[in-house]
Ligand binder design. Structure first.
Ligand code: NAD
Length: 322
């Protein structure tokens, strides 16, 4: 039986990935500071532990694994990574996890290691025009990410690739662009835009208003979790190492995302644009490379994923109120 290790298995993407790997017949070990928040873990073995600590990493990666997925990171949405207040923790905590893990992955000669980088590595100067951002993989350098979160991801991409060159570590690196879906963080400050919009709409009284950060003209694209995992699998099953974008190229303004959530709810609500942490002006996944190398593109429109996510968040909100 093949063995997989999922680091960050208590998080949004990690908990969905564990489910998928189990369905495919893997024996799975998960590691995280916490169990998944919204469901029982499906992992065969789950270690609660802090991957900044050497002895925890020794326990987590103590043997050969066919596949290792390194998803653990100190991260959140715009309200977490763009305020500046969490910069030191984001850089220190995530870098430490990656430095600890890469060494043990080499020691146990793991089959393949997947590292989740981010669209936040792309230079700010290519993302000033909301209608025409450039996030082609080759545009990463000269580097100028707009957040320390992005700088750490870029450093760690390079860390894994340097171990690939010098120690034959078999790595795959993807740059995720805003992954969303049910069972993701939807409140508390670490939630991302789709979840935040769904929550605000679900909580708003009929005829009320919802607040949207900035002028709402900033653009992004969002990829539904199931599609993300399909792309990750294709990358892991191929000889292509990346770095490659995993995202959607259906770009939408944040006000239109809010309107979509309102429309799905069937409520009559207005949007109030207020000051808030923003990030770059425009961002969209460039999917040419992944299509060329892995023949992958998202199947479903954003609206489909938003409908499923709204339904789930609406239930969470109702449960909290009852
Ligand atoms: P998440 O925050 O839900 O999951 C990350 C998990 O890492 C959390 O459960 C957290 O507890 C765990 N973790 C953090 N510090 C740890 C530590 N010291 N020891 C052990 N576990 C620790 O985030 P996610 O959305 O599931 O993202 C997974 C990965 O994908 C992250 O590396 C993230 O940076 C990357 N990514 C995600 C997105 C997205 O849109 N969700 C976009 C780009 C990149």
């Amino acid at each position: 039986m093949k063995k997989a290790l999922v680091l960050g298995a208590g998080g949004f993407i990690g908990s969905h990935l564990v489910k998928k790997l189990k369905k495919q017949g893997f024996w799975v070990r998960g590691v995280d500071l916490k169990y998944p928040e919204f469901n029982e873990t499906h992992a065969d073995d789950f270690i609660i532990g802090d991957l900044r600590i050497q002895t925890i990493c020794d326990k987590a990666l103590d043997q050969y694994f066919d596949e290792v997925y390194q998803l653990a990171a100190d991260m959140g949405g715009a309200g977490y990574i763009f305020t500046g207040e969490n910069d030191a923790n984001v850089m220190h905590n995530s870098a430490l996890i990656n430095i600890n893990i890469v060494e043990r992955a080499v020691k146990h000669k793991v089959g393949k290691l997947f590292y989740s980088s981010s669209a936040c590595i792309y230079p700010e100067f290519n993302q000033l025009d909301p209608d025409n951002p450039n996030c082609e993989e080759s545009s990463a350098y000269p580097a100028q990410p707009d957040s320390e979160y992005g700088w750490e991801k870029l450093f760690s991409e390079r860390l894994y690739f340097s171990f690939m060159r010098n120690y034959d570590l078999n790595v795959r690196v993807a740059r995720f662009h805003n992954i969303f879906g049910p069972e993701g963080t939807w409140q508390g400050g670490k939630e991302k835009a789709p979840a935040a919009m769904c929550r605000k709409v679900a909580q708003a009284p009929e005829g009320g208003e919802i607040e949207v950060w900035g002028d709402g003209q900033q653009t992004r694209s969002f990829l539904y979790i199931d599609e993300c995992l399909e792309a990750v699998q294709r990358l892991m099953d191929s000889d292509f190492v990346g770095p490659v974008n995993i995202g959607s190229d259906e770009m939408i303004s944040i006000n239109n995302l809010a309107k979509m959530a309102i429309d799905i709810s069937g409520k009559n609500l207005t949007i109030k644009n207020i000051d808030g942490p923003l990030g770059v002006r425009g961002r969209n996944s460039d999917n040419n490379l992944i299509y060329e190398k892995l023949n992958w593109k998202p199947d479903a429109p954003l609206r489909k994923g938003m409908e499923k996510t709204f339904k789930w968040i609406n239930e969470q909100v109702k449960n909290r109120m009852s």
